[in-house]
Design a protein around this ligand. Structure first.
Ligand SMILES: Nc1ncnc2c1ncn2[C@@H]1O[C@H](COP(=O)(O)OP(=O)(O)OP(=O)(O)O)[C@@H](O)[C@H]1O
Ligand SMILES: [Mg+2]
Length: 499
């Protein structure tokens, strides 16, 4: 039970919240209550309205209808300052760090003016302690723009913690973290709970919900479709609430006959990040590539794709030597990479969704000086239906899509390309359970067509559930290979990952 006495008002009460954007109704009649020292999980499919709801607590959006009260007192959260003054801290899904500033400068940004003298050394030391508490190793003086996605996420968390908040909202805080960092994050949430702070926790990873949340609230199409104490709920029930149907097998793995070697990598190196990596992937095979953040998985993918220059290494695609160092050459040779940092490498946020989809596929949709808009549109619609991409219309700027739907657009874009070897870097990060299932089916189909797939993932149940073979990396090297995936355990993978 929460530390509450009879008659006391809850920490937060949202009543009858409604919100529309031009042409779309996003939230309707949403009620949400949060008590002190309680963790409430806010769940729902991509585009269900979760981020929109919590942006009202951050003072980013104002409700069209409904009221918000803190400790029983109505509040008007007209902007970020009002929100902070009310004791609300929000960790947004999209990072809001200034890329040119260091982690500690970002943490204390905007608060310097309130003091007589900026105590830079003191701030740096406070930041150092915060990261220690988080068990995170962050290079304190490196500009945030050069940090990995996971490191940036940790800076966001430290920033929110540095503000003395009574209510902390976390929008997919674990999405970018690795298997070893997630338990630390959850332990930290436990600690906040003990201090009586109320937490709203958004995540698409159900294991975490059962571990951390006291109650859940599920949104579908902007309305509350279910809520209750986590203790009385099953995984199946939550999934049904979220996607409106049940999913029998979360990992619908299919096995295909193994064909010829399509990708062969030998002695791949770059500085200390990748120290001699070699492997093969066959037609029809899904090779899971896992390890901790910084193990070098993404770097291997970037070297193969030519996004970074390798110091050494040889790569063959279908037996033909690939000249490394140019993404255009890699694409022409039939190798595709779905990047992990979709926000920066995947989408032009100001451009329309259809335009984004068409960009890398121009040759396919144009001919004789014309762009065949109809063909492009039909191809897009096919992917949109399958991946359940939620958007008002295809011309809508990519920026306006929910986080998960943006990722689905990037996925659609690369799926359209005819490639024999596909590298997916964290393909289901931030994606809801229903769409995850569809992505797994797509991976099955691609493997069934004889493509070779490398699936980089930090989600161990996913790696174990969808791979034919698993490679584990640590500190730039392959530290283990698991061939009997059906009998492998998460523990086994973790042991290789910290080797
Ligand atoms: N500024 C905007 N203009 C128009 N539509 C918007 C805008 N912001 C959000 N939307 C729409 O509101 C809906 C809800 O988006 P929201 O970001 O709240 O979803 P979400 O539940 O957080 O999803 P995800 O799990 O993908 O993060 C989406 O359909 C989105 O396209
Ligand atoms: Mg969201």
């Amino acid at each position: 039970m929460t530390a509450e006495w009879a008659g006391a008002a809850p920490l937060l009460e949202m009543r009858g919240i409604g919100k529309s954007f031009p042409g779309v109704r996003v939230l309707q009649g949403v009620d949400l209550t949060l008590h002190r020292g309680e963790v409430l999980a806010l769940l729902g499919e991509n585009g269900a309205g979760k981020s929109t709801l919590i942006k009202m607590l951050a003072g980013v959006h104002r409700p069209d209808e409904g009221q918000i009260a803190i400790d029983g007192e109505p509040v008007d959260l007209s902007g970020p300052d009002a929100s902070l003054a009310a004791g609300i801290g929000v960790i947004h899904q999209e990072f809001q760090l200034v890329p040119g500033l260091t982690p500690w400068e970002n943490i204390f940004l905007g608060r310097e003016q309130t003091r007589w003298l900026v105590d830079r050394r003191g701030e740096r030391e406070r930041a150092e302690r915060l990261f220690e508490q988080l068990g995170a190793e962050i290079p304190l003086d490196t500009p945030c723009g050069e940090l990995s996605v996971a490191q940036q996420q940790l800076v966001e968390i430290a920033k929110a913690l540095s503000q003395d908040v009574r209510l902390l909202v976390m929008d997919e805080p674990s999405a970018a973290l690795s298997p070893e960092e997630v338990p630390r994050l959850l332990a930290m949430v436990e600690e906040l709970k003990r201090r009586g702070i109320g937490v709203i926790y958004i995540s698409h990873r159900l294991e975490e919900i059962f571990e951390i949340a006291d109650r859940v609230l599920v949104l579908r199409d902007g309305e509350v479709v279910g809520s209750g104490a986590t203790a009385g709920l099953t995984r199946g029930r939550l999934i049904e609430w979220m996607v409106g149907r049940s999913i029998e097998r979360e990992y619908p793995k299919q096995w295909h006959p193994r064909g010829n070697v399509r990708l062969r990598v030998e002695g791949l190196r770059r500085g200390t990040a990748v120290r001699g990596v070699g492997f093969e992937v066959h037609a029809g095979e899904v090779l899971g590539l896992t390890g901790l953040i910084g193990a070098g998985r993404t770097e291997v993918a970037r070297l193969l794709f030519g996004a970074d220059r390798a110091d050494a290494g040889e790569v063959w695609l279908d037996g033909r030597r690939l000249q490394l160092g140019s993404p255009a050459r890699a694409i022409a040779a039939g190798l595709c990479l779905l990047t992990e940092d979709r926000k920066h490498q995947g989408l032009v946020l100001g451009a329309g969704v259809l335009e984004n989809f068409g960009l890398p596929n121009l040759e396919e949709f144009s001919g004789g000086g014309w762009l065949w808009g109809g063909r492009e549109r039909r191809a897009f619609d096919g992917h949109a239906e399958r991946l359940r991409i939620r958007l008002a219309n295809p011309a809508q700027p990519a920026r306006q899509l929910s986080g998960g739907n943006q990722q689905k657009v990037v996925l659609a874009k690369w799926l359209q390309r005819q490639a024999g070897v596909l590298i997916f870097d964290e393909p289901t990060r931030g994606i809801d359970v229903g769409a995850k299932y569809e992505i797994y089916q797509l991976i099955n189909d691609l493997a069934g067509e004889g493509k070779a797939i490398v699936m980089i993932s930090s989600d161990l149940p996913e790696v174990l559930g969808m791979s034919d073979r698993i490679l584990v990396m640590h500190a730039g090297r392959v530290t283990g290979e698991i061939t009997d995936v059906a009998h492998a355990t998460q523990q086994q993978v973790m042991e290789l990952a910290v080797a």
